[in-house]
Design a binder for this molecule. Structure first.
Ligand SMILES: [Zn+2]
Length: 244
């Protein structure tokens, strides 16, 4: 009965003191040690204790929501990608998840790249490793990737292992990888009689040559649909036609 009363208090998410956290970490470590003694391979997974510990149940329920991209401990306050191996070690009592990166929170070095890439995903969560492989092949560093999502709010979708669709400022682009270079494709659109850009589902080559992916990102950043539409309005050229 005592355990039940404690659980009720935890459900109200009252801040825990450091001693309690340390104690819970020690308990958890002891449990892992015991499991390791009984099994040859150490077991990191916990057994969900439905109906017994509300904090554990809450952690499990949060983790089941795939769009909760990141996890952290209220005590340590280090942001992890949801797939990071440290997530399992966060005590259930201090466990939190968030859909967006919390800018002021330090990031875990181990899962930093995954966390950056995940911030541009809109689904397809379980294929995160394929997304990471794409950007690894593209030769883009975390520093190059971060502004794409943080400042340009790009959204990405992997069409094939070597083909990524990228949305920036309402325009759609496709980056097709060939070793360490790529082809850059841009969505077709036409100008309506009202002078508005109407996007089509088809794509055209934006650049005649294969270029480095970092260069392709530069072209995406520099592109302005509005500016292009203004030019067409002024000159009258391209109205009703597919335009680059
Ligand atoms: Zn991590």
């Amino acid at each position: 009965m005592k355990i039940k009363n404690k659980s009720k208090r935890r459900k109200q998410y009252q801040p825990l003191n450091c001693e309690r956290i340390l104690q819970s970490l020690q308990e958890e470590n002891q449990q892992v040690k015991k499991q390791a003694e009984h099994a040859k391979e150490p077991q990191r997974e916990f057994v969900p204790a439905y109906g017994i510990n509300p904090s554990v149940r809450r952690k499990t329920e949060l983790l089941e929501q795939q769009d909760m991209r990141y996890a952290y401990s209220r005590e340590q306050r280090i942001l992890h990608d949801r797939d990071c191996e440290w997530v399992a070690a966060i005590p259930a009592e201090a466990f939190e998840m968030t859909r967006e990166i919390i800018p002021c929170m330090p990031r875990c070095k181990q899962c930093r790249r995954k966390a950056i890439i995940r911030s541009g995903m809109t689904g397809d969560w379980k294929r995160i490793n394929a997304y990471v492989r794409f950007f690894d092949r593209a030769g883009l560093s975390d520093k190059q990737l971060s502004p794409l999502f943080r400042w340009k709010h790009a959204q990405i979708r992997l069409i094939a292992a070597d083909e990524m669709q990228v949305w920036v400022n309402g325009d759609a682009w496709v980056i097709k990888l060939f070793d360490n270079v790529c082809e850059l494709w841009h969505n077709d659109y036409y100008m309506s009689d009202q002078g508005e850009r109407v996007l089509k589902r088809s794509f055209h080559r934006q650049h005649p040559y294969k270029i480095k992916v970092a260069e392709a990102l530069g072209k995406i950043y520099a592109y302005s649909g509005e500016k292009h539409a203004e030019q067409i309005k002024e000159t009258g050229l391209g109205r009703g036609k597919i335009n680059a």
